[in-house]
Ligand binder design. Structure first.
Ligand code: GCU
Length: 841
């Protein structure tokens, strides 16, 4: 019985569902000496239960208990026992309670800043305000949880005042571009009753010093402002407040008409102004510390001031004036563009933001912040820095990043994003030929702006992993850290996250570091190179490959690829003129093909496939090689992760393993689709003879097998099936069988990979037999397991691979795939590959 109990408790310890993120407070080794040195009591210098300092006290207690099994009482009076306390509070409260001035030790702190001292007998965590004190408590706990007992005393202040996240949650509970389940805030048009997850989210965010959450989608539903929803928003703000997190709201510009019943939403109309003033006052009555509004206007069908020939600044100032008496701010999005015609060589969506906003500089009220996506298009795998950062010198700005991996694998691919973000944050725009780093522009430092900062689209959901994937949480963690200090090193932030998330094991640290740091380059390699953008399906789900979808439509994410050439000519001399939107030094660099870096070549120039890069390769050979290299790297993530099997709890290990295996398969689908597409278009052979000619010696095409109840089926887009063809069952109730005799493979041990399509809306089953012996079976249920909705079509989103390892095969064995269709899913199969160990087909 005792043994059983022991096992049960081990199991409990082992199971981790991700809910605590990086705040697990898992035990770390601590000998007696270390134990004695730990604080045995906590003094939190505020006894109000909803105050951040009170919360900091509880958090310290919980952390000491979890990490060291040490129980510490929390008090709120006096200064504590100076020999073994940790004291947390504001500088002012500390001075009052402890009767001592901190002038000698603590430098002047900025808003939200803190000072942490573990020197001397007492640990002191002092914030400029309560929020800062809570941040300091999390910092101290982060040290302890990483086994860092060093004696430190330092102050730290935020890079910028605005450090927000945006959630694209709809009131019906769905989340636009969310891959981690339903909304934690809304369902059925109203705010949910149980806000436990909202409070837990605030806790995670506070620990990385995020101070605001806009809770509803930028494509906003006006009924967010109904009396019932204002009350609901009030409840969300109530659970955020103890963590120092403020609530923000996305607005629909036409609300005075659609919700308020006015005949206009003209921003200069008196009744419209009165309507917004009134509704804003109502919100502040319920939420006195509301952070402000986020507005997407005149963009992608959203209403805005253009309807009334008013400027975007007039639109933004409408809200700014309503918010101003309450101290709120307007985050006004620069993501404004029109549909364009590709037959116009000079048309360019990338130019839109500067065109719309440049002349408005200086016309925005002081409490407006223009929120600018990092690149000029839309969260692509690589983009140049948005030139708008250089133009708004009398306007406060914020950068908009995307933690949710809309164009970067939707949390089904590991992509650690900070190295991508850093390409923009550290970019020197050379305004007036002076150092003009984007990070210094958004902080307000470069142009002396009082406001500015950061927004990231995050889109956590009800999934216990928050984002849908355990490993994706490094991006949320690092976002907060960067928003506090953008000079932080992506790898060292990552390593803090790894230690906090998976413990102190050295091999876990090294392996997850390597995988993560290789992940963005790998994804870029197999999804879209040389600045051509993520070559995904821009008309549908933004997930799998579909390069043709980029062109011949009005969205302006064009590649202009034809049989000989590819890329957007954005030069002033011959193209769209976009490069001229940068300050002269940068404009000159991008104008000239010789000084344009290879990784942005196709962003700025339209060239032959045979154009030679600085690297010496041709563009097309780079495409081929990079795609093979990227997919090959993705295969290694699986083996690297497998080496950690005994070092990570089974629940998280299995979940991550599933995703990395999926990614390895999908990276091959990406690789084959893109290389086949451009090989077909350009007819330029691959020097390594991998692409074209259907050169896959280890594959057996399903359509070449003996079929019963299955029929060949041409796939659209053609490049998302090997040989452009798959097989599907002849009806949605016919069981299909595909059989082949393995005469061309020598006897031996193989990994058996089956490429099939897993559609949303059906749960087909497949079985695979070798000489009538069942080797394996699976269900097409990725829609349940992956967290994103792949596709209702047989295409590059639904294309999937499953692999059975170590299968013994003798020459002449008979392989049979049986497909049992379900609903719209006709058990599609593309091919089977028999792979000798170490071979990537
Ligand atoms: C992207 C995204 C949309 C989103 C838009 C925005 O285009 O695909 O879902 O609404 O960006 O940022 O407003």
């Amino acid at each position: 019985m005792r043994g059983l109990l022991f096992l049960v408790s081990l199991g409990l310890v082992a199971a981790e569902d991700g809910l605590d993120g990086w705040l697990r407070y898992a035990p770390v080794p601590c000998d007696k000496g270390c134990h004695d040195a730990l604080p045995s009591s906590v003094v939190a210098l505020n006894s109000t239960e909803t105050s951040p300092v009170y919360v900091a006290g509880l958090e310290l207690q919980k952390g000491l208990q979890g990490i060291f099994g040490k129980w510490a009482n929390v008090g709120h009076e006096n200064c504590g026992d100076s020999s073994s306390s940790v004291v947390v509070g504001t500088v002012d409260e500390y001075t009052k309670a402890c009767g001592s001035s901190t002038d000698d030790e603590v430098p002047e702190l900025e808003e939200d800043g803190f000072w942490l001292s573990t020197r001397g007998d007492m640990v002191r965590i002092l914030g400029q305000n309560e929020r800062g004190a809570l941040y300091g408590a999390f910092e101290y706990l982060s040290m302890l949880a990483q086994g860092n007992f060093s004696r430190v005393a330092y102050a730290t202040n935020p890079h910028a005042p605005v450090r927000w996240v945006n959630q694209w949650d709809n009131l019906d509970g769905s989340i636009e571009r969310g891959y981690g389940g339903a909304s934690i805030f809304f369902e059925n048009g109203v705010v949910v009753d149980d806000l436990t997850r909202a409070a837990q989210y605030a806790r995670l965010l506070a620990s990385v010093r995020v101070n605001g959450v806009v809770v509803n989608n930028v494509n906003a539903n006006a009924s967010i402002l109904s009396p019932r929803n204002i009350e609901g928003l009030g409840r969300i703000a109530d659970v955020f407040r103890p963590y120092g997190v403020q609530l923000g709201v996305s607005l629909n510009f036409a609300s005075p008409m659609t919700l308020g019943g006015l005949s206009t939403f003209d921003p200069l109309n008196a009744s419209v102004i009165a309507w917004w003033t009134n509704i804003t006052d109502q919100i502040y009555q319920r939420i006195p510390d509301m952070a402000g509004y986020l507005v997407k206007a005149d963009s992608e069908g959203q209403p805005g001031p253009f309807t009334y020939n008013r400027t975007l600044a007039q639109g933004a100032n409408l809200f700014a004036k309503a918010l101003q008496p309450h101290g709120g701010i307007v985050m006004f999005r620069a993501f404004v563009y029109n549909q364009l015609n590709e037959s116009d060589w000079k048309a360019d969506r990338a130019s839109a933001a500067v065109q719309f906003f440049k002349d408005l500089d200086g016309q925005f009220d002081e409490n407006v912040v223009v929120q600018i996506k990092y690149g000029p298009i839309d969260f692509q795998v690589r983009e140049p820095t948005s030139p708008l950062f250089a133009h708004l010198q009398n306007t406060s700005t914020a950068i908009e990043l995307e933690v949710t991996q809309e164009y970067l694998g939707q949390q089904c691919h590991l992509v650690y994003l900070p190295p991508l973000w850093k390409t923009v944050l550290d970019f020197d725009l050379r305004v007036d030929s002076k150092l003009s780093l984007v990070r210094d522009i958004i902080s307000g430092k470069r142009f002396n702006r009082p406001l500015g900062g950061w927004a990231a689209v995050v889109n956590v959901g009800t999934n216990t992993t928050w984002l849908g994937s355990h490993l994706a949480m490094s991006n949320l963690y690092a976002y907060g850290r960067l928003a506090w200090d953008p000079t932080e090193d992506p790898q060292s932030m990552l390593q803090d996250w790894i230690r906090l998330t998976f413990g102190l094991d050295r091999s876990v640290l090294d392996t997850v570091t390597q995988m993560s740091m290789e992940s963005w380059p790998a994804y870029e390699n197999y999804s879209g190179n040389l600045g051509i953008q993520t070559l995904t399906d821009i008309l549908y789900t933004h997930f799998g490959p579909n390069p043709a979808s980029q062109d011949n439509n009005g969205w302006g994410q064009w590649t202009r690829a034809d049989q000989k050439t590819i890329g957007m000519d954005r030069t002033v001399s011959n193209g769209t003129g976009f490069s001229g939107q940068y300050p002269p030094e940068i404009a000159a660099m991008y104008e000239n093909i010789d000084t344009t870096p290879d990784d942005l070549l196709l962003w700025f120039h339209h060239v032959n496939y045979t154009h030679r890069l600085h690297s010496g390769k041709t563009v097309i050979q780079h495409f081929y090689d990079a795609h093979y290299r990227g997919a090959e790297t993705a295969q290694t993530f699986v083996t690297m992760w497998e080496s950690l099997r005994d070092r990570i709890d089974a629940e998280r290990w299995t979940d991550v393993h599933f995703r990395l295996t999926y990614q390895a398969g999908h990276s091959i689908i990406w690789r084959d689709a893109i290389t086949t597409f451009y090989h077909n278009l350009s007819s330029v052979p691959d020097e390594a003879d991998r692409v074209g000619n259907h050169n896959h010696p280890w594959r057996i095409e399903a359509e070449s097998m003996t079929l019963t109840g299955y029929k060949p089926y041409p796939i659209t887009p053609f490049e998302t099936a090997s040989n452009a063809t798959a097989i599907v069952t002849t009806s949605n109730s016919t069981i299909g069988t595909a059989t082949t005799r393995l005469t061309q493979f020598p006897s031996g041990t193989y990994d058996l990979a089956i490429n099939y399509y897993d559609l949303v809306g059906g749960r087909a089953r497949w079985e695979i037999f070798l000489n009538n012996r069942l080797l394996g079976q699976w269900v097409g249920n990725n829609e349940d397991r992956l967290g994103h909705a792949p596709s209702v079509y047989i295409d590059g989103h639904s294309a999937t691979r499953i692999t059975f390892r170590g299968v013994h095969v003798r020459r002449g064995d008979v392989l049979t795939v049986v497909g049992i269709p379900d609903g719209i899913e006709p058990a599609p199969v593309d091919y089977v590959a028999l792979l000798p160990e170490g071979v990537v087909d």
